[in-house]
Write a protein that binds this ligand. Sequence first.
Ligand SMILES: [Zn+2]
Ligand SMILES: [Zn+2]
Length: 252
Amino acid sequence: MGNEYPVEMKTFRADLHVHTVLSPCAEVEMIPPLIVQEALERQIDIIAITDHNASANVKAVQQSAEGTGLTVLPGMEVQTREDVHLLCLFASLSDLEAWQHEVDLSLPDELNPADHLGEQFIVDKQGEYIRSEPRLLLTATKFAIEEIIENVNKLHGIVIPAHVDRSSFGLFPTLGFLADWWHFHALEISRHITPEALYQKFPSAKRLPVIQSGDVHRLSEFLGSTIFEIEAPNLSEIQMALRAENSRNLRM
Ligand SMILES: [Zn+2]
Ligand SMILES: [Zn+2]
């Protein structure tokens, strides 16, 4: 007899695209304790914090979620030089911080016009104001898509094009194609489309797994429609589920 025991998979409901008050377009209610409370009320088990080209609030949300059972993955929504939005997800805060350093160097030296675009707040785990981010975040980095994939992979992170169906900053409407040399881990669709409708419009999407997220800018936008059948709520398990490996699975 071998020592192979059937591994018990658990079901985790996820929304991997959540903004905080650091994103100028997010509502002021997007502070750590309210994000955590709302996710838990909706039976969501895993979220990723993905502010635009920024990550300074990730740790505060993680601290706020401590002991609640909610897993908060470190992430960022990066705008490529082609004006496509990519979700970059990391296994650890230190990997994300290394990536943030590269993004900081690749952003234009411009100030955020807060009156026009909105404020960019860095807060603590209670949601109390610490400082405002003065730099323009809602803009393109200098990185091309393939440079982001390469650099994030080096940091053991994964890259998922965001809201690929959406006309603003979505991969398909913006570029019109999915190059086969882009090794994305999945595609994200918005709440406005089903995977089937995506495949019909953009048949090349079929070669990648599809997740759906809320692109949450206000508390009412949590979706939690993506379900991972995995052993534990972490990035390497999610990667296995995206590849349907070792009995891990993804469903919607
Ligand atoms: Zn976006
Ligand atoms: Zn977003």
